[in-house]
Ligand binder design. Structure first.
Ligand code: AP5
Length: 214
């Protein structure tokens, strides 16, 4: 099964993707995570990506598609969950072409809908385990034991450099400007499912599972 999570920054894509990866065997392909890994390489491209992401800019389609194609080569037979990709119409069309060549197709595009006020609250409260990148939120999703990661027992947490309110405003603006044609592309293919992602995490999860018939 191939699933796409479409939605603005902080809407909960990563949180729900993590659940599907752990419990339903999906390979989680997050272009944000791939870009952060690229930054860690400290190459010239990595440094440029770091600067653009810290300023809330979109990364070029060429770079994104090169990163995604590598993942597609790595996991030819798996169930795939794309998180934050495609974000532009050229990305959506390129994915369509690659999948067609591989005789595959997208099963569902989940369109996360959350108010802007909630997005700010989610991003302001987000913190991440340094060791395993598990996602938390103060107060909505705290570790079970104070200061200890539920997943890896790590005790160090951090926040993302692009999670400042002024950068979030730019990320949301980009999203608004570019997402309409992507939505229309998938709506026309009858793949789009609109999700009320303002609900608590468990209810959002249930709705996604029903969309995917899992
Ligand atoms: P990326 O890393 O993909 O970030 P994003 O799309 O901005 O989304 P986030 O990761 O911020 O949020 P999320 O929806 O995953 O929410 P989360 O589950 O963490 O991209 C970063 C940057 O990379 C982009 O700005 C761009 O520069 C670049 N980029 C990436 N892909 C690209 C592409 N395809 N093309 C071009 N450029 C690209 O949840 C947020 C918080 O809320 C967490 O603390 C969580 O615990 C909490 N939470 C989640 N769900 C709920 C709930 N239901 N109720 C209460 N709290 C909740």
């Amino acid at each position: 099964m191939i699933v796409v999570f479409l939605g603005p920054s902080g809407c909960g894509k990563g949180t729900q993707a993590e659940y599907l990866k752990q419990n339903h065997g999906f390979i989680h392909i997050s272009t944000g995570d791939l870009l952060r890994a690229e930054q860690d390489n400290k190459t010239e491209i990595g440094l440029q990506i770091a600067e653009d992401m810290a300023n809330g800019k979109l990364i070029s389609d060429d770079i994104i598609l090169a990163l995604v194609n590598k993942q597609l080569d790595l996991y030819p037979e798996s169930s795939l969950l794309f998180d934050g990709f495609p974000r532009t119409l050229p990305q959506a069309e390129a994915l369509e072409n690659v999948l067609r060549e591989a005789h595959k197709e997208i099963s569902c595009v989940v369109d996360f809908s959350v108010s802007e006020k909630d997005l700010y609250a989610r991003i302001e409260g987000r913190f991440i385990c340094v060791k395993c990148s598990a996602l938390y939120h103060d107060p909505h999703r705290m570790p079970r034991e104070h200061g200890v990661c539920d997943v890896c027992s790590g005790t160090e947490f951090t926040t993302r450099p692009d999670d400042k309110p002024e950068v979030l405003a730019k990320r949301l603006e980009w999203f608004k400007n570019i997402v309409a044609p992507v939505r229309a592309f998938y709506k026309q293919k009858d793949l789009l499912k609109t999700l009320d992602a303002s609900q608590p995490i468990e209810q959002v999860r249930e709705e996604i599972l029903s969309f995917l018939h899992l």
